[in-house]
Design a protein around this ligand. Structure first.
Ligand SMILES: [Zn+2]
Length: 65
């Protein structure tokens, strides 16, 4: 397998992982609450963040009302 193919596969795997996390957290994201795995999902736009601080920053910057 070439280096390029291996790199492509890694990127794809990462994208699929993020996709699964987003789906699994749909219920939690509907309430904008923390999830056990430590992954945070924005309730407004569905963006997945890995830290509470990042989520708060995201809400403040992107969804300031
Ligand atoms: Zn958002």
């Amino acid at each position: 397998m070439s280096f390029a193919a291996d790199r492509c596969r890694r990127i794809w795997a990462r994208a699929m992982r993020a996709y699964h996390l987003a789906c699994a957290r749909d219920d939690a994201s509907a309430h904008g609450v923390a999830v056990p795995s430590g992954v945070w999902t924005c309730q407004r736009c569905g963006r997945v963040l890995l830290e509470l601080g990042a989520l708060r920053e995201h809400l403040r910057l992107e969804h300031a009302a």
